[in-house]
Each structure stands twice: as C-alpha cells, then as structure tokens.
Design a binder for this molecule. Structure first.
Ligand code: SF4
Ligand code: SF4
Length: 118
C-alpha cells in the first residue's frame, strides 16, 4: 500500500521535494502522482508521511486503499479516516515513529483483509 494523490490536488508542488524516496513526480499536464513502487510511507525517514503533512489540502494525499473503498461502506470509512486524521495530527506534534509504524501496520492489515473479502 502506498500513498496516492487524488483529484483534489491543487498542484501546489509542495510535496515534490519533500518525498524522501523520490516517489512523487509531475507529468507534462502538470498533474502530480506517486509511484507505488517507490513510496514506503516515509518509513525510516520520518514519523509521518511527508506528502500528507505538507499538503495544504485536506485529502489530496492519502493511503491508496481509500480510492477503492465501496460506497456502501462510506460511514465506516468516514470514521476510519476521522481516527486516522486525529492520530496523524497527534503524531505530527510528537514524532512517535515506532508507534506510528505499528499503528499503520495494524490498519493496513485490516484494510487488506477487508479488500480481499470484497
Ligand atoms: S508517503 Fe512518503 S515516501 Fe510515500 S509518496 Fe509520500 S512522501 Fe513519498
Ligand atoms: S502538496 Fe498536495 S496539493 Fe500540493 S502538489 Fe502535492 S498533493 Fe497536490
């Protein structure tokens, strides 16, 4: 699972130079994208995904599974992202790298299991 850039991106360019793995690029049409093979959630570099933390919009950068969430599960995922945003804000203030990674791994595993069951 990598991060992805959604259609909400306003092409400000802030994330481009912040990515520690060089996963973010801009195409000829000015659109930004993340290479899923190069994105590692900033593990080993930062406690918080840098594209998300520098993005001036609310949800232009998010975990890729968000883009395939079934519409019928909207309420569940609204809550899931509410928790995600809350914890991310906390971690941005405290840089709890180990805690962040454990939390992210647990939720990634749950999401992947849910995807398999659909
Ligand atoms: S999460 Fe980190 S590694 Fe992945 S695209 Fe964003 S800045 Fe780059
Ligand atoms: S920081 Fe956010 S709005 Fe700016 S280019 Fe990156 S994804 Fe788009």
């Amino acid at each position: 699972m990598s991060y992805v850039i959604s259609d909400n991106c306003i092409a400000c360019g802030s994330c481009l130079s912040q990515c520690p793995t060089g996963a973010i690029s801009q195409n000829d049409n000015g659109k930004f994208a993340i290479d899923p093979n190069a994105c590692n959630h900033c593990v080993g570099f930062y406690g918080v995904p840098q594209c998300m933390s520098v993005c001036p919009t609310k949800d232009s950068c998010s975990p890729s599974l968000a883009s395939v969430i079934p519409a019928t599960e909207g309420k569940y995922w609204d809550r899931w992202f509410g928790t995600y945003e809350h914890l991310t804000a906390r971690l941005q203030a405290k840089q709890e790298t180990r805690y962040w990674q454990n939390w992210f791994d647990v939720y990634s595993e749950k999401l992947e299991r849910l995807m398999v069951s659909h």
